[in-house]
Design a protein around this ligand. Structure first.
Ligand code: PEP
Length: 246
């Protein structure tokens, strides 16, 4: 059985005061029946890991362990700060920093080597969906972004249609189901049933308290990667509850 995962991506949001939201979330979910992961900005990572009963992760890492890479952080540094996971290949990084799948794969490999879970993101643009290229795009990103040594513990895949991130637009449940089934089949084909059926596949893109329940009922949706609605405990808490109830 795959344990469900509610992951929050705070992006470039949050000063120290934002950590109070973690306390509110912990009070609302003293013993959650699903895994809960929060990914604050790097400046809050160590403090969040000390303060929070939930797992804490980072939003990116460099592919190298150390060296002359001003402004970057390594997977080992994230681990050292108390992190358990790192998001790699988010569409905002693929677009803002021109990160292609080979870079994403190297980052995921570095994360796994450091003992972190790599949350590898992928998703199509609106143009690609309208041209009916979604599965080709996802197939290419899956093949290119995921290292060969994936296990059910060191890999989570997040399907995040670019056009649904931060827009309030959400694919139909059938569209989500089609892509998640496709990802599952590709994982099984590449890694065998043990790993392929064990890796969790998250949906991300405008998940909110009012649509979470329906999304979590879709087969092969093992949780969510949540951006905007993870910033406030009042919004993230009902999403966690919906996942617990699914
Ligand atoms: C994200 O950034 O991964 C995301 C899914 O954002 P939002 O929930 O705000 O669409």
């Amino acid at each position: 059985m795959r344990r469900k995962l509610a992951a929050g991506n705070w992006k470039m949001n949050g000063l120290k005061g934002q950590l109070a939201e973690l306390d509110k979330l912990a009070a609302a979910h003293p013993s959650p029946e699903v895994d809960v992961l929060l990914c604050p900005p790097a400046t809050l990572l160590a403090a969040a890991a000390l303060q929070s009963p939930f797992s804490i992760g980072a939003q990116d890492c460099h592919a190298n362990d150390a060296g002359a890479h001003t402004g970057d952080i390594s997977a080992q540094m994230i681990k050292d700060a108390g992190g358990k996971a790192v998001i790699v290949g988010h569409s905002e990084r693929r677009e803002d920093h021109d990160e292609h799948s080979d870079i994403v794969r190297a980052k995921a490999r570095a994360a796994q080597a450091a003992g972190l879970t790599a949350i590898v993101c992928m998703g199509e643009s609106l143009l690609e969906r309208e041209a009916q290229n979604t599965l080709d795009i996802i197939g290419g990103q899956l093949a290119g972004s995921i290292p060969d040594n994936a296990t059910a513990e060191n890999l989570v895949v997040a399907y995040e249609p670019i056009w649904a991130i931060g827009t309030g637009l959400v694919p139909s449940l059938a569209q989500i189901g089609e892509v998640h089934a496709f990802i599952r089949a590709r994982l099984e084909r590449r890694f065998g049933a043990g790993v392929g059926l064990g890796v969790r596949i998250l949906y991300g893109g405008s998940v909110k308290p009012d649509n979470a329940r329906d999304i979590f009922a879709v087969p092969n949706v093992d949780g969510a990667l949540v951006g905007g609605a993870s910033l406030k405990a009042a919004d993230f808490s009902p999403i966690i509850s919906a996942l617990e109830a699914s």
